[in-house]
Design a protein around this ligand. Structure first.
Ligand code: HEC
Ligand code: HEC
Length: 327
């Protein structure tokens, strides 16, 4: 009996040691900073570039819906071009992330950040202070010209003083950071200098993967690390951390049986985007995407229809079935 107790005490001691060592490791290491190159891109006052930046910010890149607080969503949905004063809270298990004020205010906005620092956020997913950012802004492969256009537009906005509290991480979030599961991520290859805006699959591929993040929501992913774990655009990602209900993303590939768009014509696709959201609280930024030009929507359609069909039946969540049925 005594031996059993001794072994038990020994095992408990080892376990306690391991737990304490892990906790201290996490607490010491979560706040680690990273280095990443500063892109040599600078803002311009060229009006065509500023107009392109504005289009991207309120349209395909949808910075506007994340970089404003919840109470501004209705106005944005009505088409008001509100300045990007920040304040949206993303509450999920790893913590509470708060989108920053992107107006040129010196104290509370991007007034004190350099163009290269902002470009680095977009290209390497790393904050100006070197902290790695959770993968909400996958703009790594955006063209030089579009990154410049966006920064130029941000600089041209009116200044709004709006102090945003820093993001906070739970113990799980800190453990993820300490273990280096979230790291700055750079472009997969040298990003294009410019990209031709025309209704082609090439431009559609660029929009879906490097600007509008269709790929990020409409693909199977590991929710902790964000890694892609199945065929891209085949849907099935469950989005839990949305007020209201869990959502699941449909399969966009042109599979005749399981792809949601397989039977849509190009015009039907455009009409669907002009019509806006069907589900209250849907995480898909329908209002921004509704601002997209016909050229951009045609390009997206032609790219999506050129993908290999993937058979993946996605069952709607109970909430989606309920709202869908009441239409
Ligand atoms: C899906 C939501 C979402 C979208 C879309 C989005 N952002 Fe963000 N952004 C955030 C959140 C959340 C943070 C705060 C991240 C943190 O603190 O870890 C942030 C932070 C930032 C920061 C500050 C990083 C730092 O140094 O602290 C910049 C700059 C920025 N975003 C620019 C943009 C631009 C430009 C766009 C559009 C091209 C954009 N964001 C689109 C959610 C978003
Ligand atoms: C933040 C996540 C997110 C992003 C980004 C996103 N989607 Fe979605 N999408 C969803 C969700 C969730 C649904 C199901 C709920 C709904 O229809 O609103 C959906 C539904 C759809 C549907 C089906 C609509 C219908 O009426 O059946 C299409 C088509 C679609 N998305 C295309 C796209 C395209 C194209 C892009 C990029 C331009 C995109 N999505 C970006 C989350 C997203």
């Amino acid at each position: 009996m005594k031996t059993v107790l001794k072994i038990f005490a020994w095992v408990a001691g080892v376990l306690l040691f391991v737990v304490l060592a892990f906790v201290s490791f996490v607490l010491l290491k979560w706040d680690q900073k990273y280095d990443a190159p500063y892109p040599e891109l600078s803002a311009t006052s060229d009006s065509t570039m500023i107009a392109r930046g504005k289009y991207l910010v309120y349209g395909p890149a949808h910075c506007s819906v994340c970089h404003n607080s919840m109470d501004k969503m209705e106005a944005l949905e009505r088409g008001e071009m509100l300045p990007l004063a920040g304040g949206m809270e993303f509450v999920f298990e790893p913590g509470t992330l708060r989108s920053r004020n992107l107006t040129p205010d010196e104290e509370t906005g991007i007034g004190k950040l350099t163009d290269a620092e902002i470009a680095r956020v977009m290209r390497y997913s790393v904050g100006a202070d070197g902290r790695p950012l959770f993968p909400l802004m996958p703009f790594q492969n955006m063209s030089d010209s579009d990154v410049i256009a966006i920064i130029s537009y941000l600089r041209s906005q009116e200044k709004v003083k709006n102090e945003i509290k820093p993001s906070e991480y739970s113990f799980l979030g800190k453990a993820i950071l300490a273990l280096g599961m979230i790291k700055p991520e750079g472009p997969i290859e040298t990003p294009p200098t410019t990209i031709a805006v025309e209704p082609t699959p090439v431009y559609g591929k660029y929009l879906a993967n490097s600007v509008a993040n269709c790929v990020g929501c409409h693909s199977p992913r590991d929710l902790m690390s964000g890694a892609f774990i199945g065929p891209k655009f085949s849907g099935g990602l469950i989005l839990e951390d949305v007020p209201g209900a869990p959502f699941i993303t449909p399969n966009l590939t042109p599979d005749p049986e399981t792809g949601v768009m397989a039977n849509w014509t190009e015009d039907a696709f455009i009409e669907r985007f002009r019509a806006g959201k069907v589900y209250e609280n849907t995480p898909m930024p329908w209002s921004s995407f509704g601002n997209m030009s016909d050229v951009d929507l045609r390009a997206l359609y032609r790219y999506i229809m050129s993908l290999d069909p993937v058979s993946n039946k996605v069952e709607k969540t109970p909430y989606m079935l309920e709202v869908g049925a009441s239409e």
